[in-house]
Design a protein around this ligand. Structure first.
Ligand code: ZN
Length: 167
């Protein structure tokens, strides 16, 4: 396994819409393993392939306290979403910025596992938020896009000032 480089806002590659995975093979399994290692190291609770500049629909998530429940979602689809919930979000591609985002509170999700088998699950709480955040990444969206225009502009100014200083 190896650690991957995480793209940082405002990198335009984060706006790429990822393609569906056609075959779940060793290449995809190796990508998922590298993404898990990268996510645990960061540390974060979720990572989308888009964030490591691979534009295929692969997401890894672990929302457990013990950090021992890795989930790999390939071609994830949110089949049903209900309710609303507001919570504080951050992102490994938007370091140093958090804000309140409104999401659905309950989801029914379908995805392929690391062997290419289709499975479905229900998600609520942190897992539901994380799945929506990561599927957004696969669609070229960031949590900042859910903020008001005023807040988004303020965040952009703060974040681009930071990247100029560290570039
Ligand atoms: Zn993110």
């Amino acid at each position: 396994m190896s650690k991957l480089n995480i793209l940082q806002y405002p990198d335009s590659r984060l706006r790429t819409v990822a393609q569906p995975v056609k075959v779940v093979d060793d290449r995809i399994r190796a990508l998922a393993d590298d993404m898990l290692e990268t996510m645990y190291d960061a540390p974060g609770i979720g990572l989308a392939a888009t964030q490591v500049d691979v534009h295929e629909r692969v997401v890894v998530i672990d929302v457990s306290d013990e950090r021992n429940e890795p989930r790999v979602l390939i071609n994830p689809e949110i089949l049903k979403a209900e309710g609303t919930e507001r919570s504080q979000e951050g992102c490994l591609s938007v370091p140093g910025y958090q804000d309140t985002v409104e999401r659905a509170e309950w989801l029914h999700v379908r995805a392929l596992d690391r062997h290419g088998a289709s499975f479905e699950f229900e998600a609520h709480g942190l897992l539901a938020i994380c799945v929506q955040h990561e599927v957004d990444h696969l669609n070229g969206k960031l949590f900042l896009d859910h903020l008001s225009e005023l807040k988004r502009k303020r965040a952009h100014r703060k974040l681009t000032k930071q990247s100029r200083l560290t570039a």
